[in-house]
Design a protein around this ligand. Sequence first.
Ligand SMILES: [Zn+2]
Length: 128
Amino acid sequence: MSNGLKKGDPCPACGAAIDAITTRRRGNRYYVYAVHKVGKSRYECYLGPAEGYVHADLFNPIGLKGAIDNDRFNEYLARLLYYVDNISFDKGLEILDRVLELLMEKADKEERERLMETLKAWIERLKS
Ligand SMILES: [Zn+2]
């Protein structure tokens, strides 16, 4: 039912530690969710149908919808940043590197300038 995932395991959808696994019924089907508690609030990640557990489904709710829906994308980014708190420095740098790479690919000339200004400001902060 819970696909072998348990409290404390990293969530396959967002990477944050799982606080609980919950199953919801819709009609006559059951769906599995990972529950995350962040301070006083909580969010859930859809993990797939309880009876099927199709691996590809794991990344659809966040990955595909996230890419075309701004709110979901922002939510995903917030989850990612939450996740960064719980990972190693090296992994954090790896993620930062990838984010910068994606920004660079998407940026036009003016946006590249803004990216450079942001990075320069960070370099100044790091020097101080
Ligand atoms: Zn999650």
